[in-house]
Design a protein around this ligand. Sequence first.
Ligand code: LIP
Length: 261
Amino acid sequence: MTISDRDIARRMATATALARECAALALEHRRDPARMNVQAKGRRDFVTAADLAVERLIRERISREFPGDGFLGEEGGGASAPLLWVVDPIDGTNNFARGLPSFAVSIAFCVDGRPVVGAIAEPVTGAIYTARKGGGSFRDEAPIRVSDVGALDQAMIEYGYAERRPVADNLDLARRLLDAGCDVRQVGSAALGLARVAEGCLDAYCELHLNSWDVLAGMLLVEEAGGRFSDFLAGDGMTRGNSVLAATPGLVDDLKRVTGL
Ligand code: LIP
């Protein structure tokens, strides 16, 4: 599918504006716990009124501004398309629902199945992370780059535990990282973790299974900030998800060996 630079720039502007607006909407919901309306989707997997309101806002804006584009959202679903928006309205919903600060809005725009625009909002700090294919990664207006850490026993690495994989396998991943001497974190928002890798605060992020809406904006951020990313879209990653290994280049080979990802 061919699309002009101008049309990609228009989508970059819309994604950035939506990230900012949705951050404000999420904070508005967060200020009134009576509006949370937390519902369980599965074990340790929740949705709130904010997830639904944010995704609705984004769907309506995209439908109005880019009626020919497809949409795939965590809460409302969707299908793949040559021009496709992939959205996690609140990434880190469990944190959000309990009043913890680590949650994000994640918006990606893809052409022929690969992200070319990404925007991640961190509502609690007000930061907006953006990336455009070939254009670099930014936190607000400042360029960001991955770290230059080159040894696992000097690295700070976040891992996420995936609901869709056995507890034993999730624990084994954490054990492998600890055995390798890594300083390990687990925060509960993949999108924020990937943004931290892109800005060099973390040296890698790994998880046994994530969905495209958790990952694609962060994947572009990491790659445009000089990082490396596993082949998340292999097979049917867009609709079935995949494992994730995102890292500064100096750690990639050792992390592949240690984690098997
Ligand atoms: C979450 C991810 C997190 C993962 C959770 C969940 P959600 O996304 O960001 O890394 O460990 O299982 O998938 O559900 O809050 O959008």
